[in-house]
Design a protein around this ligand. Structure first.
Ligand code: NDP
Length: 326
């Protein structure tokens, strides 16, 4: 028997409870993994609270990422004892996920544990950190250079945001962090590498078609008016990597930044990111992220604490990354 967080639904309400399961309860898959760590992402918050329509089939074990050790494998790429990471592919949404001591998944969904990494570190990075790396790589591939000017990171105190601030600073970019919690997290964001921290309210306004040019690049985790305003402030030829909707999925913008300032919008998805790109991003984020990130911006919780933290992440009250120890 092993412990799992199980979500059930009654009268359209989602209930989460730690339950004992056995291996025969797990869904089909080629690889059985002893999960050592999972993490809490914004999407997990939506799933566990039921506030987002993330899960359609109940009961469901949530948890969109995990890291652990292979117990048994029917796929030749993995052997018992191998350390592995999983993010995305709908795990924790439509296939039982990582908030359990065991998981059975498809071999195609796994990534071998990179060198210089372990399960705890991998999940301190987690889906959010991997996505931050994909955003930064997209800006690099769009030829955004440190000498081009300031890079804006929105939702900077969150998982994706705080890793993006840290990575961009490490790569020599000048980072401006936008946060709704400047008084609480301003000092932390500066320690992580922000040159300046601005209040979200500066951007959370009705956007003009074009505004004063400020940003050479951007990593956006928020969407909606914040993104629209930031787009109106992009410098000529700038690029915006956008991955999130913490402020809503709308995008009340115009064509002006794109057709008059040659601005590029780079959509970022981590869920179905191809294996080789995913593996390269894992290697890069592990080699770039300094130890100080893990010390300053990560906290550890138990499976029992997940429902409480799920409420908190949806209210925008969580800072940095939350590691779940199984
Ligand atoms: P977090 O909750 O850790 O971070 C989100 C941050 O956004 C918060 O810390 C807060 O930062 C800000 N925020 C919260 N609520 C609001 C609001 N109502 N309006 C404006 N800003 C708000 O989440 P994650 O880092 O895990 O994820 C961030 C976003 O990226 C989510 O929308 C998530 O779904 C998406 N995502 C997408 C992925 C992809 O593959 N495309 C993968 C991973 C995440 P502050 O207080 O500093 O303003």
């Amino acid at each position: 028997m092993f412990n799992a967080l199980v979500l059930t639904q009654e009268n359209k309400q989602t209930f989460a409870s730690v339950t004992q399961l056995q291996e025969s309860d797990l869904p089909q898959g080629e690889v059985l993994v002893e999960v050592e760590c999972s993490s809490l992402n914004y999407k997990d918050g939506l799933a566990v609270t039921g506030l987002g329509k993330i899960i359609r089939n109940f009961p469901m074990v949530p948890g969109i990422d995990f890291a652990g050790r292979v117990i048994e494998s029917q796929d030749e790429r993995y052997q018992a004892g191998d350390q592995v990471i999983l993010t995305g592919w709908g795990v924790g949404e439509n296939h039982w996920g990582g908030l359990a001591q065991k998981a059975r998944v498809k071999a195609d969904w796994l990534v071998p544990m990179p060198q210089h990494c372990d399960a705890a570190k991998a999940m301190q990075i987690g889906t959010a950190g991997l996505t931050a790396m994909l955003c930064v790589q997209a800006l690099q591939n769009a030829n955004v250079q440190p000498s081009d000017g300031d890079i804006l990171v929105t939702g900077a105190s969150g998982g994706v945001g705080s890793v993006a601030v840290t990575l961009l600073n490490k790569l020599g970019y000048t980072v401006v962090a936008s946060s709704g919690r400047v008084s609480q997290n301003g000092d932390l964001l500066k320690r992580l590498g922000a040159a300046e921290v601005i209040d979200r309210s500066e951007l959370d306004i009705d956007a003009r078609p074009l505004d004063k040019q400020r940003w050479a690049g951007m990593v956006d985790t928020v969407g909606n008016k914040v993104l629209a305003t930031a787009l109106s402030q992009m410098k000529y030829g700038g690029s915006a990597a956008i991955c999130g909707l913490a402020g809503g999925f709308a995008l009340p913008t115009t064509v002006m930044p794109f057709i008059l300032r040659n601005v590029s919008l780079l959509g970022i998805d981590s869920v179905s990111c191809p294996f080789e790109k995913r593996r390269a991003a894992w290697n890069d984020v592990i080699s770039l992220l300094p130890e100080t990130y893990y010390q300053q911006a990560c906290e550890t919780i138990s499976l029992e604490q997940v429902p409480e933290f799920a409420q908190r992440i949806i209210k925008g009250e969580v800072t940095g990354r939350v590691l779940v120890k199984l």
